[in-house]
Design a binder for this molecule. Sequence first.
Ligand code: ZN
Length: 231
Amino acid sequence: MKKKAVVLLSGGLDSATVLAIALDQGYEPITLCFDYGQRHRVELERSRALSRKMGALEHKEIQIDLRQFGGSALTDDIAVPKGRSEGEMTQEIPVTYVPARNTVFLSLALAAAEAANAQDIFIGVNAIDYSGYPDCRPEYIQAFEQMANLATKAGVEGTSKFKIHTPLIEMTKAEIIKKGLELGVDYSLTHSCYHPDADGHPCGQCDSCLLRKKGFQEVGVEDPLVYQNQT
Ligand code: ZN
């Protein structure tokens, strides 16, 4: 019997690759995406489409409105930075940081995993190409894993040892794309932009778009997404 795993699937390039890796490792994924009040709803659609197309066991969309707290350009009417160099991107924690987002998401993923008798949680955090977010660092993930095993019935009774899998944590964007292409990920279904237009076309200028474009350039493959200035 295959082992179940909970995979956090935002609909982005990284999480789609993580889902492909979990499938390739023989897991039956339960995909989780969060409707947290993000301004750009296109990612929820992409997450659903990717989960279906890639053959996840089940898809859950969790409603949790982080707009009640605010404090991020992804939930509030705060301008998303455009056209920044990589040096500028990593100088400080960017305004696109959502307060404690990965802790909120991983906590719910842990609840889903324990309820489903799954021991494995996959998350597409990355500490190389974009080190601005404190909740993407390996030491954070290790601490969360330790907490997960202290905080759950399954962990305490020793019936389950939770593992947080971060297969992308040491990979560059180009390495992630290469791996995903090898595993057959359809990147035309993914969404990376922090500031898409009403039709979901990416801006091409935010940090996330710039890192994505650079990744595809390095691999030497064309990004299947249609950017705003190309329409
Ligand atoms: Zn963008």
